[in-house]
Design a protein around this ligand. Sequence first.
Ligand code: BGP
Length: 486
Amino acid sequence: MYYQKLDDFPKNFLWGAASAAYQIEGAYNEDGKGPSIWDTYAHTEGNTYKGTNGDVAIDHYHHLEEDVGLMAKMGLKAYRFSVAWSRVIPDGEGEVNQAGLDFYIRLVKLLKENQIEPVLTLYHWDLPQALQDKYLGWESRKTVAAFAKYCRVLFETFKDDVKYWVTFNEQNVFTGLGYRWGNHPPKVTDIKRMYAANHIVNLANATAINLFHEMVPKGLIGPSFGYGPVYPLTGDPNDVLASVNADDFNNNWWLDVYCRGEYPYFMMKRLQAMGIAPEVTAADQKLLKSAKPDFLGINYYHGGTVQTNRLQKKVAADDKKDFSSTDPYLMQPKEDQAQSPEIPMFNSVSSPYLEKTEWGWEIDPIGFRVALRQVYEKYRLPIFVTENGLGAADQLVDGQVNDDYRIKYLADHVLTMKEAITDGVEMIGYCAWSFSDLLSWLNGYRKRYGFVYVDRDDDGPKELKRIPKASYYWYQKLIADNGADV
Ligand code: BGP
């Protein structure tokens, strides 16, 4: 319970909503766009729910004016979107495709005309396929050079119009799922390769930040990290130790590099002993140290509960890929499975205290306050919440969607965010995931997150009509009041 009067949200707080190119744009092969690893992955049978893909998605590419019109009507203060690298540079490192770049120039112009602050994500998982084919993507340092070239094009184009930039979206998620668990492209299941690729991404992140500071001195840049606090299942010191391990393993491994420019010592020592640590040269260390983000983007959906690995032994090798016996697209580790099979540091378990969404994600608004406090206390960077939201199978009834469960979810999180601000956390804004319904990477179009319903399902695009949900009007009012009523 909170007995203290809560602070107001800052006056210029950026109430926003987010999206990502592959999940909304469609037009996957139009106007010169090259294929990305997600095009290839989703076109391969068995990789996604019912074979769903982003070929058409919600066809935002052809509904740009209408979609920004809906944002403006809602009163949105910020809109976070990502640029599809292979739309701008089809082969990832060669010629610029002006038609592709023009799409984002139009988008940014429309946003500015409507006083909506653009928040541009440089990389939301859709690596150009050509770089994967030529260099093995993030497993090669050549991809860092290609990324720097792509960044240079965008910095040059948008340096006067875009203030907030995100380097990488959820590096922890795309490297983990892509290189370890084999659930995302490039579908590798090799922990050593995961750590190696992750290190290359760290170099790309640092390179982009340094370049940005040279080219866009008035702008602000940071990564968006998928953060979850870790709880021990019990007060048993063994479980508490497991939670310290999990925090190192799930959070510090990335955040320390971003914010302190160095890998956390304990974990590095452990990985080195096992022969799976990334190779870090003196020049790499110097580069990581030199790049400092201006803010930290936090994507918050849920935390996690862990207990000690009571068996203290490795999980069978063939268990590694087994995320869930019931739904391969759920992306939830099997109950009581060691999260780190090779390194039995902790086991993930369900929290006995929390309810779950239809897709098994824990609902934990207090964890949001814990997360904001922990991250701010540790790194002292302003925080921009770049994602938070509820996936649900919304129903259109008589032309309306009454998503009161989403309103409750968002209101509960906005309240704990206000409490965190009252605690002293410095915050820039909050982007709900997502503005409109869109493609859930592995779960198709059934799992909806938007304020705006889009008339399409897993079998096809239908009319793609946009229908504001009840939550749209709720958020509109919240923005108008600057969150005074939560
Ligand atoms: C985050 C991603 C988003 C979005 C969200 C919801 O990890 O950054 O792109 O998809 O999760 O996830 P899902 O679509 O799997 O429900």
